[in-house]
Design a protein around this ligand. Structure first.
Ligand code: MLT
Length: 265
């Protein structure tokens, strides 16, 4: 079971070529719009494809194929998108929820992965309290709508962004307001059910870039260091002056990091 994902593609309409393909998976509860800066900045070194994951952006509702909430279903959607585009192997990156999907993709479609980028994410499962919070939000968003997401703004963005980047705060607020309740509830249940991924990372024999904002609260730098230690070929990049949404808060720094990584492959 898969759904047909909407996506943006820097090489839209072009035949599959020999360039590296970089696929970037967005955070919860955003959409592929969050990668606009990276698409522009990296188009000269890779074909960049940014899907809207099920339930977000222009993609179909998360439950439209009847799939139970799981990050595996989302990983299979991404594989189906690559099939549709005639793309075989990719460098796969994801931020936070997108990173959980990258780790699932590694378990299910490892032969299609040439390298990974894990941004502001973690390999550990949730503590019971965090899991309960997710399930509570999944219920609440059905009753009260996406205004239940507004408090997330405090921890999604770092203190430097809150203090110095009002345009970023305004943009992310708009994205939170645009999220769809059905997608939010399904994704929270999927993330609550995700497995521990340390074993997956230990077995991932591909180049890996781990990126983290030094002010990231939901996935702090210690989580990133633990992932680098688990990865056979992992390298760490800390983004100063950024919280959880590093690619949005410090887009130039993250694009530069991804560029260096792509060129090193
Ligand atoms: C995200 O940014 O995707 C979320 O923080 C993921 C999560 O809730 O664990």
């Amino acid at each position: 079971m898969t759904v047909e994902l909407a996506y943006a593609d820097t090489d839209s309409g072009a035949a599959p070529g020999s360039r590296d393909v970089l696929v970037l998976l967005h955070a919860f509860p955003l959409s592929q719009a969050m990668w606009a800066e990276q698409r522009t900045a990296l188009a000269d070194v890779a074909r960049v494809i940014t899907p809207d994951l099920r339930g977000f952006g222009a993609s179909p509702d998360a439950g439209s194929d009847g799939a139970e909430p799981s990050v595996d279903a989302v990983a299979d959607d991404v594989a189906a998108l690559l099939d549709r585009l005639g793309v075989d192997r990719v460098v796969l990156g994801g931020l936070s929820m997108g990173g959980y999907v990258v780790m699932s993709f590694l378990r299910r479609h490892a032969e299609r992965v040439r390298g990974i980028a894990l941004l502001d994410t973690k390999a550990a499962i949730d503590a019971p309290e965090a899991r309960d919070n997710r399930l509570r939000m999944a219920e609440a968003v059905g009753d009260s709508g996406t205004r239940v997401l507004r408090p997330m703004l405090d921890t999604l963005l770092g203190r430097t962004t809150h203090a110095e980047r009002p345009a970023v705060v305004a943009q992310v607020t708009r994205w939170l307001d645009e999220a769809r309740p059905e997608g939010v509830a399904w994704a929270q249940r999927a993330m609550a059910a995700r497995p521990d991924s340390y074993e997956t990372l230990r077995g991932a024999d591909v180049p890996a870039l781990v990126v983290v904002g030094d002010e990231d609260q939901p996935s702090p730098p210690d989580e990133a260091r633990a992932m680098v230690e688990a990865l056979p070929r992992g390298q760490l990049m800390v983004v100063n002056g950024s919280g959880h949404l590093s690619s949005v808060e410090r887009p130039d720094a993250v694009s530069e990091g991804l560029r260096g990584f792509l060129l090193s492959l």
